[in-house]
Design a protein around this ligand. Structure first.
Ligand SMILES: [Zn+2]
Length: 88
C-alpha cells in the first residue's frame, strides 16, 4: 500500500507528536515534511511544537521540577521563619 500525500491538515497535526517522538517511519516523515512545505499553518504548528519540546527537554535535564519545588518551598519557609534575619 503506497502512501499518498496528506490532504487533511488534522492528520498532520495528529501525527506531529509521533513525528517528534521519532515514532514514524522515514517514509511517513517524508510525507509529513512534504505537507509542511506546502502548508504554512501546519508548518507553524510543527515549529511551535518543536521549539516547545526543545525548551522543555533542555530545562528538564537541568532542573528537576520536584527539586525546584522544594527549593521554592525552602525559600518561603526561610522568609517566614526569619522575617528580618541578620540584623541585631
Ligand atoms: Zn496542513
Amino acid at each position: 500500500m503506497a502512501m499518498g500525500k496528506i490532504k487533511d491538515c488534522s492528520e498532520v497535526v495528529s501525527k506531529l507528536y509521533e513525528f517528534l517522538d521519532g515514532e514514524l517511519t522515514e517514509e511517513r516523515k517524508l510525507v509529513i515534511r512534504e505537507h509542511l512545505d506546502e502548508c504554512s499553518p501546519c508548518l507553524e504548528a510543527f515549529e511551535f511544537e518543536t521549539e516547545l519540546r526543545a525548551m522543555v527537554s533542555s530545562k528538564s535535564r537541568e532542573i528537576c521540577p520536584e527539586h525546584l519545588k522544594n527549593k521554592i518551598a525552602d525559600l518561603i519557609n526561610v522568609n517566614e521563619r526569619n522575617p528580618q534575619s541578620s540584623s541585631e
